[in-house]
Design a protein around this ligand. Structure first.
Ligand SMILES: [Zn+2]
Length: 269
């Protein structure tokens, strides 16, 4: 809402030149619940300024804006948030200029969007073109990238990377994660990891929230192999990080032990 002092100045100017045509112009988005209070505040300001409270108040004009949303269509789509088929409403949002809180003139173009009936998430119309398989493929690729980054971080826990570890990471990406990366890409990932200084557990804590159980098992297996791929003894730093993965990945004791045992099948990796 505009400053009422400006409005009073405007009102005084008008009254000087014409005999009270109209009073206060209010422009802005109005929260209806505040209008009464605003009128009271305004009246108080006017009284302080010596303006006749019974005059122009009767001719007050309220101009504001309001966003109106309407439903254009309905249907079913794959909701990435719900990860299932849900009903949707295709809706359109538009801003109107209002006169006494009645929308009269549209002042913006309609903004169409999709809203999930279940979770209420709003989506761009392009979400209708994403089917379940496409979405799952995107998620799977994302997981594989995150898993190899976790392995790189694990390898760098002792702040060095040997040729044997490089070869092992390349094999892990190819055999375990089925997402082969090149030596150049591995070099880039290692450089980023070294400069970021992020600990394995902090990275895994962030990204693993969206991993399903199968992905958690696979990532643990890959990280275990990455930690144990050096030619010397596994460093304390890596053992410490491995020990925290059970809780981070929310695995039971049995699940954790089973995955580690299964990893031994790939001991040659
Ligand atoms: Zn949803």
């Amino acid at each position: 809402m505009t400053c009422f002092n400006d409005a009073i100045w405007f009102e005084n100017t008008v009254r000087k030149h014409e005999e009270s045509i109209f009073g206060i112009v209010v422009i802005g988005t109005i929260d209806i619940s505040t209008v009464d209070q605003s009128i009271r505040d305004c009246r108080r300001e006017c009284q302080r300024a010596g303006i006749d409270d019974n005059g122009p108040r009767k001719n007050m004009i309220f101009i504001s804006t309001m966003q109106l949303t309407r439903t254009l269509d309905r249907g079913e789509f794959y909701c990435p948030t719900c990860e299932s088929i849900q009903g949707y409403r295709q809706r359109s949002k538009r801003t109107f200029l209002t006169l006494y809180f009645i929308p009269v003139i549209p002042i913006s173009a309609p903004e169409p969007f999709i809203q999930c009936d279940n979770c209420k998430s709003p989506w761009d119309l392009s979400v209708l073109h994403i089917d379940q398989r496409t979405h799952e493929q995107v998620r799977e690729n994302q997981f594989r990238n995150e898993a190899i980054r976790s392995c790189v971080l694990m390898t760098l826990e002792d702040e060095e990377i040997s040729e044997a570890e490089i070869q092992s990471l390349l094999r892990i990406s190819r055999v375990i994660l089925e997402n082969p990366i090149s030596r150049e890409e591995l070099g880039r990932l290692s450089s980023v990891a070294m400069h970021s200084g992020i600990e394995t557990q902090n990275y895994v804590m962030t990204v693993s929230k969206r991993w399903n159980m199968q992905q958690r098992f696979l990532a643990l297996q890959a990280m275990f192999l990455a930690a144990s791929s050096c030619e010397e003894e596994v460093s304390d730093a890596k053992i410490r990080q491995l020990g925290r993965l059970k809780d981070l990945l929310e695995l039971t004791e049995t699940e954790f032990e089973t995955v580690i045992e299964d990893s031994l099948m790939f001991a040659g990796v």
